[in-house]
Design a protein around this ligand. Structure first.
Ligand code: PHE
Length: 453
């Protein structure tokens, strides 16, 4: 058995897990999904899902990981050697890998946009005046429809991910997260202030904050629930894996609370940046995956030193994405190390290379290849389809099974012992038990079925 690493500091898990949670999910996926699903009504359901569903599952995953000290497959196997449970471990490992394959495409965009901003390519937007949004959309369209560039960016980003991952869990992830996340937040606040003071920002604010309950449909609820799990990196075993490196003296409930709080604050702030600006520039909030990349350059064109702020922002976003892709790659890597006896380097490289190949259809689906950009039958592009399947449905199913497993098979009483091991009284123990045994399984199931029925 390989010796497994541990986080270096007592709050190592908070840092690394927040690094995993905070990423494109908050700044890219949350605003565009909220925009597509009616704004404020979505926000409301999202927040409820974080508290009632995601937080309890986060705690369950972390406890499962720490108690077993294993990757998702190993964790299920350790506690339920017989039966089909470990199958869900495999599902998680697969989902983590599949999410990484398209997530890295968007992450590649942040690199591309960093370079564009650095070279001053967005400066022209300032001169474009009222047409800035149109010009920005054209720039983005051309960028994503350049096949070779898209594949190169995908490969470079996965290369960076493999590099960091192959150096081990506590290598740099912890320290980077500690340093860079506050800087990212400061920059987000600057952008938020600018966006809120744009002409016509009020309409966007209203869209974001004043719920129109008639817009709540089963699809909106599924999207909000999926976003809550996605944003906290749940349902695919990331938090089981990261939990397996947690020291026994770390306070899990407090950690989970902090992670969810950081993550939610950043997502909400991103909404305060995107919606006022989108409405003030006459753009469509339901514009899809390109939304954030279309609007951000327009905002930068409207602040002093926009080129500096713009480059810095996309650089930080790329780093935030990197701490997330590292956590996604860590799931299959931990599996190959624990269960197959591979070395870390080998596991990281082989999985990474395979992931580049699997990511190519998504990379070509934003205008490069017509068929992939608009798939027949489903009427969406390949990347959005993958995100729906893996990032929403499989992820929610994964969360469902983790709740059932921890609540009923491993038993919530045993899980509670693990949870309260790090000292401090866990005051919400009763709430957690009810949530993990009854509320989460029932609600997730009903929400998933609501679409079919
Ligand atoms: N939570 C990450 C983000 O918001 C995405 C993610 C999903 C990571 C699932 C791991 C597992 O960017």
């Amino acid at each position: 058995m390989n010796k497994r690493g541990n986080w270096n500091s007592r709050i190592g898990f908070i840092l690394a897990a927040s690094g995993s949670a905070v990423g494109l999910g908050n700044i890219w996926r949350f605003p565009y999904t909220a925009g597509k699903n009616g704004g404020a009504a979505f926000l409301l359901i999202y927040l409820a899902a974080i508290v009632v569903l995601a937080l309890p599952v986060l705690l369950a995953e972390a406890a499962l990981g720490r108690a077993t000290g294993r990757n998702p497959v190993g964790a299920f196997k350790a506690l339920a050697p017989r039966g089909l449970w470990k199958g869900f471990g495999y599902l998680g490992v697969t989902a983590g890998f599949m999410i990484l394959s398209y997530y890295a495409v968007i992450a590649g965009w942040t690199l591309g946009y960093f370079l564009k901003a650095l070279r001053g390519e967005f400066n022209a937007l300032a001169a474009a005046g009222k047409d800035a949004a149109v010009v920005s959309q054209q720039t983005f369209g051309t960028f994503t429809a350049t096949p070779v560039l898209q594949i190169i960016l995908l490969a470079v980003f996965l290369g960076l991910t493999v590099y960091v991952t192959s150096r081990g869990v506590s290598g740099g992830i912890e320290r980077w997260s500690k340093l860079l996340m506050p800087v990212l937040l400061v920059l987000l606040v600057v952008l938020m202030i600018r966006s809120l003071t744009l002409d016509g920002a009020g309409v966007g604010l209203k869209f974001y904050l004043k719920p129109d309950f008639s817009r709540i449909t089963p699809s909106v609820v599924i999207a909000a629930m999926g976003q809550a799990f996605f944003s906290l990196s749940l349902g695919v075993g990331t938090m089981i894996t990261y939990g397996s490196y947690v020291r026994k003296n770390e306070n899990l409930p407090a950690s989970a609370g902090w992670i969810a709080l950081c993550d939610t604050i950043i997502a909400i702030t991103a909404g305060f940046i995107i919606f006022p600006a989108v409405f003030s520039q006459g753009m469509d909030p339901a514009g899809g995956p390109g939304l954030v990349f279309n609007i951000l350059p327009v905002i930068f064109a409207k602040i002093p030193l926009g080129q500096v702020f713009g480059s810095l922002f996309f650089l930080l976003l790329a780093i935030a994405a990197l701490t997330t892709t590292v956590s996604l790659l860590e799931v299959p890597v931990a599996y190959f190390i624990d269960e197959r006896g591979w070395t870390r380097r080998r596991a990281a490289w082989i999985t990474g290379i395979f992931c580049v190949i699997m990511g190519i259809p998504a990379a070509l689906s934003q205008g490069s290849v017509g068929f992939l950009s608009r798939l027949p039958l489903v009427n969406m592009d390949f990347l959005s389809l993958w995100d729906l399947i893996w990032g929403n449905l499989v992820l929610s199913i994964g969360a469902l099974f983790i709740a059932v497993f921890v609540g009923w098979v491993w038993k919530s009483s045993k899980a509670l012992m693990e949870i309260s091991r790090g000292g401090g009284r866990f005051r919400l123990a009763l709430f957690w038990v009810i949530a993990i045994r009854y509320v989460a399984p029932a609600l997730i199931l009903v929400i998933l079925l609501s679409k079919i029925l």
